[in-house]
Design a binder for this molecule. Structure first.
Ligand code: AMP
Length: 398
């Protein structure tokens, strides 16, 4: 498989799967163009080489065929701004006769954006003949959509069968995601620390099991911490708890102990008397939360302990918030951790913000430029870190 830099795209028609699943406001304007900007270096390299680009993506979750709300045509003004008004074209159906006419007559330096792939059910079903039709839009296939790499969809995985190994590859974004995650998993400088938070233990079990083999420290926060605390006999009031996972939580603690991986649970919490932004707040030990109260953030002692561990680490992986950071009163744990990760990074540590809500937290904290790498793929990054082989990656490597 060729590295993206080693492709020469001169006179080539390059079909690029991008992740342009951007948020749109009610005027159908893009409210955050991070995903578009993420694909720009890949598109520019193809254009600079003298090739032409056919872009395909999904947008949202259309249920039954075409709907204006999910039309990729809403992205055209931004793409024209980026690449030139007379250089960007649109096909209002990804496999129509008109779409193929447009892609076949596309000139060097020009871009054709195809309409939302998910207007066809065949996309998510991974339909082979739909994938084959799409493949006729280009003679080279580049996958730069890390955010959907964990799905075996027609355009992300099945389509790769129709290109020989020297005619397919990853774009810059996909390469960066893979390289940064592999660095943390296989080449990390010690001490290595993972910060794992979020709502449920059940969502993060596989991640934790894998991280025990890799990490020196695992700092647990968010709702998932309370299942661990309850499993150890703590009183957690009405905090989030998954009783069916208590036994597994204890096994994870035991496994970590045997492998010299230190698991930290928050010694204290900020508890609320109801799940609301303006709830009453109580600062308590995490294993002594009174009946009727729920832990919604890690407390000041835990913040201090976690920050010390983070700042003494050389490699840091962060996945999941420390509390209900959407409520300002319970956001301090998450934002303090964001700032410790930024401090550690400025002192030479490598930090990877590995998807999901920790990504929005780092953006909200204004510290995005102070960490080493922010992943663009929530579910995809989680599965990659868990050690799963992602269909979008496997299909290119085969
Ligand atoms: P996840 O998608 O699993 O990473 O979880 C993110 C969500 O977990 C966010 O919406 C947080 O509000 C929520 N969360 C974090 N800590 C808690 C907590 N202590 N109790 C309830 N929800 C939480």
């Amino acid at each position: 498989m060729l590295h993206f830099d080693n492709f020469d795209f001169k006179h080539q028609k390059v079909l690029v799967r991008v992740d342009f699943n951007v948020p749109l406001n009610d005027k159908m304007e893009i409210s955050d163009d991070t995903r578009i900007m993420g694909a720009v270096p890949t598109i520019n390299k193809i254009l600079k080489d003298g090739g032409s680009v056919v872009l395909m993506s999904h947008l949202g979750r259309p249920k039954e065929g075409p709907v204006d709300k999910y039309s990729l045509s809403h992205l055209l003004p931004r793409l024209k701004e980026l690449f030139g008004n007379d250089k960007v074209f649109f096909a209002n159906d990804c496999i129509s006769e008109d779409a193929f006419k447009k892609s076949s007559t596309l000139g060097a330096g020009e871009i054709l954006l195809l309409e939302n792939l998910r207007f066809y059910k065949e996309e998510e079903k991974g339909d082979k003949s739909f994938a084959e039709k799409l493949s006729h839009h280009g003679n080279i296939y580049i996958n730069d959509a890390f955010g959907t790499a964990h799905r075996a969809h027609a355009s992300t995985s099945i389509i790769a069968e129709f290109f020989t190994s020297e005619k397919k590859g990853f774009g810059y974004l996909m390469n960066a995601e893979i390289e940064n995650a592999e660095f943390v998993l296989h080449k990390a400088v010690k001490p290595v620390t993972a910060i794992v938070g979020g709502a449920k233990v059940s969502d993060k079990i596989q991640l934790l099991e894998r991280l025990i083999d890799i990490m020196d420290n695992i700092l647990i926060g968010g709702g998932m911490a309370y299942t661990f605390i309850a499993a150890q006999g703590g009183k957690i009031g009405t905090s989030l708890c998954e009783p069916d996972f208590k036994e597994l939580a204890l096994k994870i603690m035991e496994k970590a102990k045997n492998q010299n991986t230190k698991i930290y649970l928050p010694v204290d919490s900020l508890a609320a008397n109801r799940f609301a932004a303006d709830a009453e707040i109580l600062s308590v030990n995490s294993n002594e939360i009174p009946d009727g109260w729920m832990g919604l953030d890690i407390g000041p002692l835990a913040i201090e302990e976690y920050s010390t561990v983070v700042k003494s680490s050389k490699t840091i992986l962060w996945n999941g918030p420390m509390g209900v950071f959407e409520f300002p009163a319970f956001s301090k744990g998450t934002f303090s951790i964001a700032s410790s990760v930024a401090d550690a990074t400025s002192n030479g540590a490598f930090s990877l913000i590995g998807g999901g809500d920790s990504v929005s937290a780092i953006h909200q904290s204004g510290l995005s430029s102070k960490v080493s790498y922010i992943s663009t793929g929530g579910g995809a990054m989680l599965e990659f870190l868990e050690g799963k082989e992602l269909p979008g990656i496997k299909a290119i490597k085969e």
